[in-house]
Design a protein around this ligand. Sequence first.
Ligand code: DX5
Ligand code: ZN
Length: 224
Amino acid sequence: MVIVAPSVLAARMAYVAADVRDVVRGGADWMHLDVMDGQFVPPISFGIGMVEAVRAECALPIDVHLMVVDPDRFVADAVRAGAQRITVHAEACTHLHRTVARIRSLGASPGVAINPATPFASLSAIVADIDLVLVMTVNPGYGGQSWIRSTVRKIRAARTCVDRLYAHDGVQRLVQVDGGIDVHTVGEAVRAGAHVVVAGSAVFGAAHRGQAIAALRTAADEVL
Ligand code: DX5
Ligand code: ZN
């Protein structure tokens, strides 16, 4: 079963609470929050205050995607605000192993994201220490972009790697995809090995969010 994580970036900012409740009712599995700093990516989305606000509205796992330079600065605040999962970008960390260890020591589950141009091989020395690999299927920073099909082979490489590690240590690590996921692309992502699909505009932008989530699940189930 695929895990569906709607991205709050695509919610209506003036009605975040109502929109979050709506996707919770609609069957979301996780809530995905994109924190951006205007440096690692051009826009500034929202800060850790939004994590706290969403936490108050939903009991689902809160999955924070830090698109910020030097994310160490924010991990403690994110955990305090209620994040259970924190994903940092390999490209944004000078001491990635330390950052991952810090997230875990604070009691959250660490993930590492790679941009479309970053090879999966760059994670080979860290993947055993994390719980989630995020293969970005667009260049980060904006919702509503078209997915980059050439990322499929990285999804496959990530899945092969986490399955091999599982056979070795029995620890389940997840492969997540983020960017341009909709009913037309989710099948390909899941067939390539994604366990968790982030969807912003395809869920929050839909007239009926519950139906949009169900449609993603159906499209994913068809290939599983
Ligand atoms: C992009 C963000 C995504 C974004 C996805 O930088 O990390 O989580 O919200 O939006 P869609 O699903 O609209 O591509
Ligand atoms: Zn994201």
